[in-house]
Design a protein around this ligand. Structure first.
Ligand code: ATP
Length: 353
């Protein structure tokens, strides 16, 4: 195990800079998830960690060693990709032991390493099969087994669950997390799926357009997003944003263009009349007679919850209820945001107020 330090790292392809000075401290044994929309630079950063991409400027250290100029195979890392990359003509056991063989390990060492990894991943009965004889989930487990066999300082995962169906993804998510709890190997995991990030990470790093927007524990990011981007990216369904103006002369609320009053618990450090984006998560809206009038547009029951899309003035808003409110499209309802759980952002800068 090792800590990893990414310090002011930049990356350009030709004259085009795609990472603009990224710094991420990763503690020894942590499970860090890099998450962000397509094209934000997370795979590029992971490939730089792996040594598959040059670093334009800045440093990356693994343990005490700056690895900028260290070859991938000398970095003591193991990477698991989205497309498994198993050798089709080799059995599961041979696939898993291949890196040890390349390293010149003895046959008994290889089989000990392979058997240990197979046991951890429940692959023992499948060791003699070929990749074509395995399900997608089993293949992904073999790819992880191959990484475990190497007993590396750091695991790197690049969207490892993208090729799996929804149910298997959830199961594999748990498996990877459990694996990390057992092995405690420092892990950097890339995904664009914020649910994966929330459920698996010790620390989430939200990236956007080549910068880090915010880092923190999953609940820190959910409870206190530092800006509108993070607020909209973390949480599902996404946070609702309503535009309005701050009213703080005696009373305290945000007033929308159509005159709705959105309650807030404490005055932000902003002057009266300031244009504000008011954020409220769908799960923090309640039905209440003194709430804001809204017209139901669509009702989506999931069984455990009911999601209601409603219109306030010209803006759509999503509310999620665990109670079985029987509402129908066209119906007028009243929604009250929980003032203590509302988020206020500067309309111009998008920063939290
Ligand atoms: P995705 O989730 O779609 O994989 P990502 O966040 O991993 O996205 P990257 O693959 O790291 O994003 O790409 C970041 C940016 O760098 C993108 O604008 C991409 O077009 C660009 N890029 C990546 N690799 C190269 C390359 N070899 N040459 C030129 N531009 C590249």
């Amino acid at each position: 195990m090792s800590s990893v330090q990414i310090r002011d790292v930049r990356k350009s392809f030709g004259g085009f800079e795609v990472l603009h000075g990224v710094s991420i401290p990763i503690e020894d044994g942590a499970f860090v998830v890099l998450v962000g929309p397509s094209g934000c630079g997370k795979t590029t950063l992971l490939r730089m960690l792996a040594g598959l991409e040059n670093i334009t400027s800045g440093t990356i250290s693994i343990g005490d060693r700056v690895v900028n100029n260290v070859q991938p195979k000398e970095r003591d890392i193991a990477m698991v990709f989205q497309n498994y990359a198993l050798y089709p003509h080799m059995t599961v056991a041979d696939n898993m032991g291949f890196s040890l063989k390349l390293r010149g390990a003895r046959a008994d060492e290889i089989s000990k390493g392979v058997n240990r990894a197979a046991e951890i991943l429940a692959l023992t009965p499948l060791l003699d099969r070929y990749p074509r004889q395995l399900s997608g989930g089993q293949r992904q487990r073999v790819a992880m087994g191959r990484a475990i066999v190497r007993d590396p300082q750091v695991f790197l995962f690049d969207e490892p669950l993208s090729n799996l169906d929804a149910k298997l993804r959830v199961a594999m998510r748990t498996e990877i997390k459990e694996l990390h709890q057992r092995l405690k190997t420092t892990t950097v995991y890339v995904t664009h799926d914020q649910i994966e990030a929330m459920t698996m990470a010790d620390k989430i790093v939200v990236m956007h357009d080549g910068i880090v927007e915010q880092m923190g524990s999953p609940l820190e990011l959910y409870d206190r997003p530092e800006n509108r981007f993070v607020a909209g990216f973390i949480g599902s369904p996404a946070m609702n944003f309503l535009e309005g103006k701050l009213v703080s002369n005696g009373q305290l609320y945000v007033e929308t263009a159509n005159g709705s009053r959105l309650p807030i618990a404490a005055a932000p450090t902003a002057s009266d009349g300031k244009p504000i984006v008011y954020g409220v998560r769908p799960e923090h809206l309640e039905m209440a007679d003194d709430g804001i009038e809204a017209e139901v547009v669509v009702v989506e029951p999931t069984g455990a919850e009911i999601q209601v899309v409603a219109r306030i003035g010209t803006q759509n808003i999503i509310a999620v209820f665990r109670e079985r409110h029987m509402v129908i499209p066209g119906e007028k309802i009243h929604l009250r945001p929980r003032p203590d759980l509302a988020h206020l952002f500067d309309k111009v800068t998008g920063q939290r107020l």
